[in-house]
Ligand binder design. Sequence first.
Ligand SMILES: [Zn+2]
Ligand SMILES: [Zn+2]
Length: 241
Amino acid sequence: MLKRTTNRILDLIYPASCHLCECALTEGRHLCTTCRDELKPVEPPFCSHCGECYDGQISEQFTCPNCHQLEFAFQFAIASLHSSGGGRELVHDLKYMRQIQLADELARMMQTTLTDSRFQPYLKDGLLVPVPLHWMRQRKRRFNQAEEICKKLSQHTHIPSLKALKRTRNTHTQTRFSRVKRLENLHAAFAVSKRLHKRIQGKPVILIDDVFTTGSTANECAKVLVQNGAEKVAILTALRG
Ligand SMILES: [Zn+2]
Ligand SMILES: [Zn+2]
């Protein structure tokens, strides 16, 4: 109540504006409809396993050449937005400019992605679990972007959000590593929280992250969740890296 009143007062003093084009906005949103329409949602055709997008006309389900030789611990991965266009800017500003309110806009896009029929078994009895940051990095950043998106998505969908995973090692940033190096770097980097171990038993889990790049992080998290009793894991990210 107090928060809402404060927001109203703040809206009067500093009218909300679209994060991308700075036009004036109505209460509660951070992007205008034009900018929302210009975001590039991931649409078929994409790989039914890793979510990699392809051009052209492919009508039936397919698995991409990258996935043929790989064994993933998750059932499938899908992103809501392409990294070109406004999507990348939103994730960047959320993460590095502390624009935490943008988590809500990303979560709303991801809610649309949940209408993919493959999520059906996850919606009723499932859980949303964010990819964790190591506590040292989280202290520095002051928040975990995946967790913020997850919280908002949970509010919109009523699927419970659970911080079931912990990062046990402060791994180096992965962006410049090869695939093999990434896997080595991530080995034993995640664990299921002892306190929440019971809550994931037999549950279908949707793992939430901001970006899917090679899938190494998502895969490592999925492996740990399944080894610890989750029924199955699907990956939903805001962006395809
Ligand atoms: Zn705009
Ligand atoms: Zn694939």
